[in-house]
Design a protein. Structure first.
Ligand SMILES: *Cc1c(COP(=O)(O)O)cnc(C)c1O
Length: 209
């Protein structure tokens, strides 16, 4: 990461989001012991059991980021647990988050997920709708996102998507750009990512069996 930042002539320091989903407790304990303090999870329930139960005492020292799709019926749990929700992508969810935040008394920071590949099955706001969505978030929900995240289509070069996300962030004067995973975090950093979400390259392969 440091080398990629240097190659790009960057003086800021991109943030490593350690994606701990599915990883066994001992690997997470090792990562905590090594001083890692920012973690990403893609499912609310799994994150609750990991950071609300197994690693409760470590929770206060880490920043926890939701990087997977969020259903409105889980909004309240997500607002309770996460510091940042990276996957805001529809008005219905914005409404659920605001309602949950009022009830609980805290509002996580948010990013807007952009569907840069215009994939039908993928969540995220279409590129052409981003401007209008940001306006609606501000006027109707009083939500000011910190930036954008994207997950480029599998099997395609990621760089055009990274380029697009960086351009959008600049256009809208937003500072946070979450892009890049194990296979392409260096490219993402060279193209302006402020946050890279890395799982397997950090912890080892996920064992889904
Ligand atoms: C799982 C996941 C990652 C990490 O993937 P790796 O290839 O293991 O680095 C990053 N972002 C999102 C949204 C994910 O769901």
């Amino acid at each position: 990461m440091a080398e990629a930042a240097k190659r790009a002539g960057r003086t800021d320091k991109p943030v490593l989001v350690a994606v701990s989903k599915v990883q066994p407790d001992e690997r997470i304990a090792q990562m905590l012991a090594a001083g890692q303090s920012v973690f990403g999870e893609n499912r609310v329930q799994e994150a609750q059991s990991r950071w609300g139960e197994t690693f409760t005492k470590d929770r206060k020292d880490i920043e926890l980021r939701l990087i997977g799709p969020l259903q409105t019926n889980k909004a309240e749990d997500a607002v309770k647990l996460f510091d940042v929700i990276e996957t805001l992508d529809r008005e219905k969810l914005a409404g659920a988050l605001v309602k949950a935040a009022q009830k609980i008394g805290r509002m996580p920071r948010v990013l807007v997920q952009v569907n840069t590949g215009e994939e039908a099955q993928k969540s995220g706001v279409a590129v052409k709708d981003v401007s209008a969505f940001l306006t609606r978030l501000k006027t109707d929900y009083d939500i000011a996102p910190e930036g954008f995240m994207c997950i480029p289509p599998v099997g395609e070069a990621a760089s055009p998507h990274f380029w697009l996300l960086e351009k959008l962030a600049k256009q809208h004067d937003l500072k946070t750009i979450s892009m890049g995973m194990s296979g392409d975090y260096e490219t993402a950093i060279e193209m302006g990512a402020t946050h890279v979400r890395v799982g397997s390259a950090l912890f080892g392969e996920r064992d889904y069996s």
